[in-house]
Design a protein around this ligand. Structure first.
Ligand SMILES: Nc1ncnc2c1ncn2[C@@H]1O[C@H](COP(=O)(O)OP(=O)(O)OP(=O)(O)O)[C@@H](O)[C@H]1O
Length: 273
């Protein structure tokens, strides 16, 4: 399977509609199951806009997204539903991705029902359990009845990953999915993501401004600046020999990668996993 953004541009009208913001300019990228693709760039460079286009949440102004050569814009309704199942989102929890009034079982179960992965209560619960197990929320029973506020930050992020993975996605588009987490918790969530890649062959389009994270997990890197992809390449090549001046500046400004500290920060309400 191949997910491609081809010459994607997106403009917004800002302010009183008088100014045009070129959020994404002529961006082309590829992602495959089993690959960890990172999009890096500073705030405002257009990463989230590109992510929303890949997720079919907003349409591009020009260019398009294709799955195995079929443009989203040419898909039938049924194909589009399939697309949205194959390409899943994991966004930042502080952005309100989890409904505070829903228990974990309902949050994960409702997408399983919606996409008819399972229908009966018993089957749905079993699928929810499987998904929680896959993201390391064990034993699942301990988490099924909890509300988001009864979970730590890392656990909430794992629930978001469980909700995505319950649909057997080919690719997960993760937008700043670990950025708000402490170093040790972040390392745990990244391990879960890497594990899903190895065990299930999930691919990632991983959007972040966090270069140490990219260095740790990415296979291939796209660098964005002012809406444009200014450089791309295998991670090793990008880190060893950045060719674009912006990438050089970005790398020079990034903190040196430290090993994850062993001191674990514990949330007051829940044990971190
Ligand atoms: N709905 C919108 N209306 C108007 N302008 C927008 C809209 N969404 C994004 N923009 C603008 O597009 C540009 C790119 O924003 P985007 O959020 O994609 O960047 P980003 O790299 O993800 O930044 P961040 O890491 O801060 O989220 C910014 O100038 C932003 O203000």
């Amino acid at each position: 399977m191949l997910l491609e953004a081809k010459n994607v541009s997106k403009t917004f009208r800002s302010g009183r509609g008088t100014e045009t913001v070129h959020a994404v300019r002529d961006a082309t990228l590829r992602a495959r199951p089993g690959d960890f693709v990172a999009i890096v760039g500073e705030s405002g460079s257009g990463k989230s806009t590109l992510a929303r286009i890949l997720l079919d949440l907003i349409p591009p102004s020009s260019g398009g997204v294709e799955l195995d050569g079929v443009p989203i814009s040419a898909m039938t309704k049924k194909e589009r539903v399939q697309y949205r199942r194959h390409v899943q989102a994991v966004l930042q929890d502080p952005a309100g991705s989890l409904n505070p009034r829903k228990r974990v079982e309902q949050t994960v179960g409702e997408v399983i029902r919606l996409h008819r992965i399972a229908t009966t209560r018993v089957q749905v619960r079993e699928k929810v359990r499987e998904a929680l197990h896959l993201v390391g929320l064990n034993p699942a029973e301990e988490f099924l009845d909890r509300f988001p506020h009864e979970l730590s930050g890392g656990q909430r992020q794992r629930v978001l990953i469980a909700r995505a993975v319950a649909l057997n996605p080919q690719i997960i588009v993760a937008d700043e999915a670990v950025s708000a987490l402490d170093a040790s918790v972040k390392a745990g969530v990244l391990r879960v993501m890497a594990d899903l890649k190895d065990r299930l062959g999930v691919g990632y389009v991983f959007i972040t401004h966090d270069l140490p994270v990219v260095r740790k997990v990415a296979d291939y890197v796209y660098v964005m600046r002012s809406g444009e992809i200014v450089e791309e390449g295998a991670k090793e090549a990008i880190f060893a020999d950045p060719s674009h001046p912006y990438t050089q500046t970005l790398l020079a400004a990034a903190p040196v990668l430290h090993r994850a500290r062993s001191d674990r920060s514990l949330d007051s309400t829940a044990r971190e996993v």
